[in-house]
Design a protein around this ligand. Sequence first.
Ligand code: ZN
Length: 115
Amino acid sequence: MIICPSCSSEIEDGAYVCPICGASLNGELYTITILKTQKNIPWSIPTTYSVSGNGVEESISLPNREGAVFTVPAGVYTVRARYATKKAELTITVDSNVNLSLLLKLSGKLVFEMN
Ligand SMILES: [Zn+2]
């Protein structure tokens, strides 16, 4: 067993992320890459992306088709995107590099999908 440096819980050896508080248990950094994969949508106004959790709070607004890349330690994060009045949200456990697609569904819903 090891002790989480953040919440002092006892955790199984070899865990990358504390199952209690989501804190990173190793020093490695990983990327969360968000891509817009739909070619048929003009994505004509900026999209705001954010990642929060595990002590990280980052937000970026990018124009047009650009996707976003965040670099974070292992942990549990909530990834959000806002495009006009539409919002997408996904909670992910990061213990390796993560690739997400941001899709605008025919129904008008903005969603993340894991690649
Ligand atoms: Zn913890």
